[in-house]
Write a protein that binds this ligand. Structure first.
Ligand SMILES: Cc1cc2nc3c(=O)[nH]c(=O)nc-3n(C[C@H](O)[C@H](O)[C@H](O)COP(=O)(O)OP(=O)(O)OC[C@H]3O[C@@H](n4cnc5c(N)ncnc54)[C@H](O)[C@@H]3O)c2cc1C
Ligand code: FES
Length: 386
């Protein structure tokens, strides 16, 4: 049967061809709109977003908010809870780190990112100490799926935040407050000390004006005579604060240790796994303590990595391969730096790497030897194809 005959069986084919003929007859057949979709896509999801630091706000002793505006263009829209991966040059090395956008998506003129310095942190320390108003960066366009989905999440939400993990929640809370949305939110926010609480005043003001938004601070190392909630976000504490959990959706974002802890506590309360959403959190602090790490390889062991058709570079077992590449001034595409997005997917020609639990390798990646260098740790000499 000829292709033309088959096409006639497709629903709508005849109507569309007739419409094309009519349009051609009267002067327009949509070819004048060629490229329109691509242009729209480039506006909504550009590959890179040129940014400049317009303002810096000190939030706590160890945390600052950087207000980033567009350098001669516009900012692509985002959903509350998404992050951008910021590329920068620190200590002579080009690298990147993902940061959640803490401002509301209703503000289209800027992205706020709120960064807490971590002990021996490379980029966070650079931001806290070196970044200045006027500094220029590039980032990816906003990404990530740690966002509210009205079809599945209902309108009774519990946010479990630890430290700087409050940032995506701040964006969600600001949006709900700004638009007056019909969503109940209870933020249970764990901090080490009272002075470490980020956005304390603004959160207090929002809860005063919006009875659908509640905030409970939980302090793990409180000062003497502290009267508020102390310790960690345990099952007992959640039961006491939240009452009936049956219709609630839980979101968790915070330091690595918080995920396993909160999951176990929520399990004690009978909360189903599908009701718990977690943000990705980047490389583990100490990969050698991850389940499955081979005991005979030490974090400081150094292997050689041959790049097919190129140089051979050193790589420490305890560091993600992406970091070793960047140390040798080889920058590969990156977005989540958490093993989730697949953007850094690279062919491993020979050798062994360790991927911590949770890295989202596809079945075909495993079968054909692809790795995610942002979360792949060398266990032997390697050869890779970039
Ligand atoms: C989706 C997502 C959202 C996030 N949102 C936030 C947020 O809102 N706020 C926030 O504070 N954090 C956020 N983070 C964490 C953030 O991305 C960084 O992990 C954090 O700032 C720590 O980065 P760091 O470089 O300071 O520390 P680390 O990443 O711990 O720095 C140490 C790393 O840098 C390497 N390194 C050290 N020296 C060098 C060098 N000379 N050259 C190259 N590499 C070197 C080390 O080997 C090690 O791997 C988020 C993470 C994710 C995944
Ligand atoms: S950067 Fe996302 S998987 Fe590596």
């Amino acid at each position: 049967m000829a292709l033309k005959d088959v096409m006639k069986d497709i629903e709508g084919y005849t109507r569309i061809t007739e419409e094309i003929q009519t349009l051609r007859k009267y002067g327009s057949d949509f070819t004048d709109r060629k490229g329109e979709v691509e242009r729209m896509m480039a506006l909504l999801h550009p590959k890179t977003v040129p940014l400049v630091v317009s303002e810096i706000v000190t939030e706590t002793e160890s945390t600052k908010t950087f207000r980033l505006t567009a350098r001669g263009g516009h900012l692509p829209p985002f959903q509350a809870g998404q992050y951008i991966n910021v590329f920068l040059e620190a200590g002579g090395v080009r690298t990147s780190r993902p940061y959640s956008i803490s401002s509301s998506p209703t503000q289209t003129g800027y992205y706020d990112i709120t960064i807490r310095s971590v002990a021996d942190g490379f980029v966070s320390s650079w931001f806290l100490e070196e970044a200045r108003v006027g500094d220029a960066f590039e980032s990816t366009s906003p990404s990530g799926t740690f966002t509210y989905n009205p079809l599945f999440h209902g309108n009774d939400l519990v946010f479990l935040a630890g430290g700087s993990g409050v940032t995506p929640f701040m964006s969600m809370i600001r949006e709900v407050a700004c638009k007056g949305l019909d969503r109940r939110i209870h933020l249970v926010y764990g901090s080490t000390d009272v002075k470490d609480i980020i956005f304390e005043q603004e959160l207090a003001q929002i809860t005063q004006r919006h009875p659908n938004i509640q905030v409970s601070h939980v302090i793990s190392s409180p000062p003497k005579r502290y009267r508020g909630l102390k310790g960690f976000i345990t099952a007992e504490l959640m039961q006491e604060l939240l009452g009936d959990l049956s219709a609630k959706t839980f979101y968790v974002c915070g330091p690595e240790v918080m995920y396993g802890f909160c999951r176990a506590e929520l399990e004690k309360l009978g909360v189903a796994r599908r009701k718990v959403r977690t943000e990705v959190y980047g490389p583990p602090r100490d990969v050698t303590s991850q389940p499955g790490w081979p005991g005979d390889v030490k974090a400081g062991d150094t292997f050689s990595v041959k790049i097919r058709g190129g140089r051979t570079i050193p790589a420490r077992a305890g560091e993600p391969l992406m970091v070793s590449l960047e140390r040798s001034h080889i920058v590969i595409p990156a977005l989540c730096r958490s093993g989730e997005c697949s953007l850094c997917r690279t062919k491993l020609m020979s050798g062994r790497v360790f991927h911590p639990e949770g890295v989202k390798l596809r079945k075909s990646d495993r079968q054909f030897g692809y790795i995610h260098p942002c979360m792949a740790y060398p266990l032997s000499d390697l050869e890779i194809l970039l």
